[in-house]
Design a protein around this ligand. Sequence first.
Ligand code: ARG
Length: 475
Amino acid sequence: MALWGGRFSSGPNDAVFNLSRSVHFDWRLAPYDLRSSLAHLSVLKDNSIISNEVAEQLEKAIKELQIEVSEGKFVPIESDEDVHSALERGLKEKLGEIGGSIRAGRSRNDQVATDFKLYLIDHMIEIVQQLLVLEKEITQLAEGYVESVAPGFTHLQHAQPVSFGHEIAKHAHAFSRDVSRIHDWLDRTNFSPLGSGALSGSSLPLNPSETAKYLGFKGVVPNSIDAVSDRDFAAEALFIIALIGVHLSKIGEEWTLLGSSEFGWAQLDDAYATGSSIMPQKKNPDVAELARGKAGRFIGNLTGLLTVLKGLPFAYNRDLQEDKESVFDSVENILLLIPPVAGMIRTTKFDVEKMKKAAPEGFSLATEIADFLVLQGVPFSQAHDAAGNCVKLCEQKNLQLHELSDADLQQVHPKLTGEVRKALNADGAIAARTSENGTSPASVRSQIASLHSQMNLDSKWISHERERFSGMMSQ
Ligand code: ARG
């Protein structure tokens, strides 16, 4: 059913209808469209734009449709153009022409902007809830390995030993930033476009602040022309999801690498691994690989939407119908991805002995020699050279740093005594790094404690928002 046609002598050509039809994807907006219809209805009624009697019939029919849509009993048909026309058909099937009264003072332009915002807010809230579960799994895993020693890497080469708990917990900090990004995003997005009409507002006595409040929004988008064309909230959401995807892809890469037989540090649980159709011995890290791979589509979706928006004139242009599929795809895929990654993290076991053994390899304690000399008053540039010479000597003599004799050490630098050997063990090197963001077990414990306090704040905030947008506080 079309929502227009009075000035046309024929309906659209079939090919045109097929091109412009969006109901097969925008049906996801149906619950939000019905909710915003209830909000709109309340101002139509309060301002006597429609009679109480019509308002009551409409309210009853919209509420019935809410149930029928959620139970899959009311669905789009071939002739429906988009979610808005399908739902108006639903109202008309129940009420006859009265069903069309809801459209007074409203255009699909402010309607679709409102529905899309509500959809995204709802789903970004869900993404935060999943991220908090993921953060919890990461911090729990990290807590179990705070005292475990492992090589830390730069350039994927042994750099300095670290607490393996520190290594794991770093991922939670990235997701904590993602949650805070969604918090900022919601602060900016929290304004309702409803009441903007096609582009210029309405001459009917609508009350946009009332509908905004009804829906859970903090206020109204101040400019109606901007309100119907602004898709910043969608582009920003796609960026945030892309960045979460990038963070997940790093976990994917790390787990794949650490689980390889060359590393042999990570042992995946059978429930989070897959087999090969030809090689019976295989246990593949597919969850990790999909976490790495899906980042590609998230980045592609962001690029796609920005390209649609670039240079687009203000107010509504049909190009804007191309804003939705990339958002649905990113939202659905990120929600599909986070839970198995969280499960993989929860169930992975690490070989602490193997990591401990590897920690001092690759002369990863050479910095300790330089720091020892600095404490003896040697300028760092000289100390760095001396430590480098120790490494060279070890390579020539096929020794580890702590195996250099007193004479070897003296030969490298007069201030380099056998005392340095005390610093040449990975546990000591780690314990010495007591700066607040450093790798000493005490520092890592307090870093994890602040992650927990932030997670508590975030989870209180998100349940408050969840309540607000499910209408519990506004109705
Ligand atoms: N299906 C359309 C979309 O997704 C709804 C808005 C149509 N507005 C219009 N003026 N044709 O953008």
